[in-house]
Design a protein around this ligand. Structure first.
Ligand code: SF4
Ligand code: SF4
Length: 81
């Protein structure tokens, strides 16, 4: 199932994230955070706080890990769980 987003949002893949924190520092809206939990490789992955994303893409462009961050713009098709 999927739905059309009414506002932007960002999704971090916990298993692709290396926990470097660059995306957290890059976000001008302070809407990313690093989790206290570990992924399977022992990193603290970043995560979207759930509010405030403008879809600017700064986090995506700051991230050195391919496939770690996906930015969904308003009106994008979003894959529901
Ligand atoms: S797209 Fe922009 S506003 Fe949204 S989480 Fe990334 S840096 Fe922050
Ligand atoms: S920049 Fe990429 S690798 Fe670094 S914390 Fe953010 S999502 Fe993880």
């Amino acid at each position: 199932m999927s739905r059309i987003l009414e506002k932007p949002r960002t999704v971090v893949s916990p298993e692709h994230c290396k926990g470097c924190g660059l995306c957290v520092m890059a976000c001008p809206k302070d809407c990313l955070m690093q989790l206290a939990t570990f992924n399977s490789k022992g990193y603290h992955p970043s995560s979207y706080k759930g509010e405030g994303c403008t879809g600017c893409g700064m986090c995506f462009y700051s991230c050195p890990e391919p496939a770690a961050i996906t930015v969904y713009k308003k009106g994008a098709e979003y894959p529901d769980d």
